[in-house]
Design a binder for this molecule. Structure first.
Ligand SMILES: [Zn+2]
Length: 139
């Protein structure tokens, strides 16, 4: 856990019965997605039904989580005190190989990212209870 992320805690979504497997997975170092047994798609965020076909026959699966940059922005404004020490920071929409697109902060960038760059999950501990999914360049 890094001290610089300690103020992120208050910004995280509430854990509930539907999304808890996702957050539990991150806590155990895994990316997990909801998988529809009806049509086979993976989805995020978690819901009580499949966005694609409406089925409620869903299960959770561990996934690799890797993907490529679909879009990104570089943030220069301190929208929240917790982010101030990171300025400027990059937020990307990652097209996961496993299906959904994920909005996530990018870490460990040695150079600006580009659309289409390969990225891999970086599960970052925020405090003793929560970890979040961020991304970093592959390799
Ligand atoms: Zn479905």
């Amino acid at each position: 856990m890094s001290e610089e992320f300690s103020e992120f805690g208050e910004l995280l979504p509430e854990i509930n019965a539907i999304n808890s497997p996702y957050w539990d997975g991150l806590g155990e170092g895994e990316v997990r997605l909801q998988h529809c047994k009806g049509c086979g798609v993976n989805q995020y965020p978690a819901e009580s039904f499949c966005y694609e076909c409406g089925s409620t026959d869903l299960e959770w699966r561990k996934v690799d989580g890797g993907g490529e940059v679909y879009s990104f922005i570089v943030v220069h404004q301190p929208y929240h005190a917790a982010f101030k020490s990171f300025l400027p920071y990059t937020v990307a929409i990652v097209q996961m190989d496993d299906g959904p697109r994920m909005l996530a902060a990018m870490l460990n960038l040695d150079a600006p990212i580009n659309i289409g760059d390969r990225v891999q999950p970086h599960i970052q501990a925020i405090n003793n209870e929560r970890s979040v999914l961020m991304y970093e360049p592959t390799g």
